[in-house]
Design a protein around this ligand. Sequence first.
Ligand code: NAP
Length: 326
Amino acid sequence: MTDKKDEKINYDIIIVGGGPAGLCAAMYSGRGMLDALVIERGLPGGELLNTELIEDYPGFESILGRDLAEKMADHAKKFGANIVTDTVDAIERKEDGEFEVRTQLNKVYHAPTVIITAGGTPIKLGVPGEAEYAGRGVSYCAVCDGAFFKGDTIAVIGGGDAALEEAGYLTRYAEKVYLIHRRDEFRGSALLQQRAFNNPKIEVIRSKVVEAIEGGPSGTTNLKLKDTKTGEMSDLPVTGVFIFIGFTPNSGLIKEHFEHDEGGYIVTDWNMMTSIPGLFAAGDLRVQLTRQITTAVGDATTAVIAVEKYLAERKESKAASPLGTA
Ligand code: NAP
C-alpha cells in the first residue's frame, strides 16, 4: 500500500496516548529511527495536565505538571515524533499480524506494532465542588500530592484497598486523616483495614457520603456529609480530600481478547508485550505495583526496545518464509 504524502497511514509503530509513557515511547522510537505515530485525543501530557505541581520526577525538584508535559512533548518532537490529535476508537490485529488503529476522525492507521499508553481515569464522586477544587485540595493521587498537606486535616474517600493504603500513606504528612466510607464494612483487605484502623492519625467515618466539596480562594475548606442511614447532614472542615473510589483503565480500545485482571488492567510480560503479539502496553493501564510518572516512562522505554527486537525478528521470519508472510 502506498501512502499519499499528506495521508500517511503506515508506520513501524503506533503509540496510543500522549501522556508521559506515550511521549517517552515517541522519544525512544525517534532515537531508534523507528517511524512512529502518536495519537493523543487532547494536548500532549495526559495526567500531567491534571497535576498542579510535580515533586517526584528526578531532576526536577518542583515543576508544574503542564511545564513537564511541554518539556516531554518538545523532547519527543526533537527526535522527530509525529503527534496527531485524534481519539482512538479501536485497535485490532489482523491475520497478517499488522494492526489497524481506527480513530474518531475516520482514519485507519496501520503498523506491525502498537504501544497502548492510554492510561486510565480515576472514578469521580460527581459532587458539586469536585471539579472546581481539583488541584486545590481535591486529589486522586496521594503520592503526587500528599506532601502539600503537611500538618493539615484531610479526608480520604473510599473503602477499598486504595483508600485504606493511601490513608496510611497520607498520615506521613497530614496531622489527621478522616477515612470516609459509604458503608459500615470495608471491601479492602483485612490486613490493610487493620493497619488503617490501628493508625492513631486516622479516624474512620462509616456510612457517610460526600454531598459537596466547599471552599474559597485558598482552596478546599469543608465537606458536606450525609449519613446514609439517617439522612442527617453534617460539616467536616478539611483542607484536602483524596478520592479513591476506583480507577477505570482505558483498555476497552482493544477489540479482541487480551489477558487482563478483574479490573481491566492489561497483563504484560517483562518486555511490556501483552498476550497479543506486537501489542505492547506501558503506564497506568498495565497491571503493576504502583502507577507513577517514573514507572510510566520506565515501561515505555522497555516497550520501545522490545518493539525494535520484535520488528527485527518479524523481518527475519518474513524473509525466511517462502510466502513472505510472518
Ligand atoms: P475498589 O476496590 O473498587 O474500591 C472502591 C471503593 O470506593 C469501594 O469501597 C466503594 O464502596 C467505594 N465507592 C465507589 N463509588 C463510590 C462513591 N460514588 N461514593 C463513595 N464511595 C464509593 O477500588 P480500589 O480501592 O481503587 O482498588 C482497585 C483494585 O486495585 C482492587 O482490586 C484492589 O484490590 C487493587 N489495589 C490493591 C492494592 C494493594 O493490594 N496494596 C492497593 C490499591 C489497589 P463499596 O465498597 O460500598 O462498593
